[in-house]
Design a binder for this molecule. Structure first.
Ligand SMILES: [Zn+2]
Length: 113
C-alpha cells in the first residue's frame, strides 16, 4: 500500500512515488517537491477557521477589555492591516481610537474583500 500521493502535475499519472522530499513520476520523468502541499502547521486561523495573513482586515467578535485601561474594543470593531506574531496574542494591530494592541485570533473574524 502506498501513501495517498497527488497525481503528476504534468501528465496526471497516478503512479507517482516519493523519493526523499521529491515526488517522482515514472511515466514522464517529472519530479517536483512534495513539501509545497504539506506545509503549514504554523497557520493562524480566525474564530471560524479562515487562515489569516499579514495585512488582512478583521472584525472583533466580542467586547474585549484593553489591559491597563478602561477602554473596551467593541464587538464589530474593524481592524485593518493586522500583523501576525508568535505568542498568546497572535495578532499585532492598531485599533482605531485606542492604539496598538495584541489580539487573540480566536476573537476575530476575517473580512473578505
Ligand atoms: Zn508525469
Amino acid at each position: 500500500m502506498t501513501d495517498n500521493l497527488p497525481p503528476c502535475p504534468d501528465c496526471s499519472s497516478t503512479y507517482t512515488y516519493q523519493l526523499d522530499a521529491l515526488l517522482m513520476c515514472p511515466e514522464c520523468g517529472h519530479e517536483w517537491s512534495a513539501s509545497a502541499s504539506s506545509e503549514g502547521g504554523a497557520e493562524i486561523r480566525d474564530s471560524v477557521g479562515n487562515v489569516l495573513n499579514d495585512g488582512d482586515t478583521v472584525t472583533v467578535i466580542k467586547d474585549l477589555k484593553v489591559k491597563g485601561s478602561s477602554s473596551v474594543v467593541k464587538v464589530g470593531t474593524k481592524v485593518r492591516g493586522i500583523r501576525l506574531v508568535d505568542g498568546d496574542h497572535d495578532i499585532d494591530c492598531k485599533i482605531p481610537g485606542i492604539g496598538p494592541m495584541g489580539l487573540k485570533s480566536q476573537f476575530v473574524k476575517k473580512v473578505s474583500g
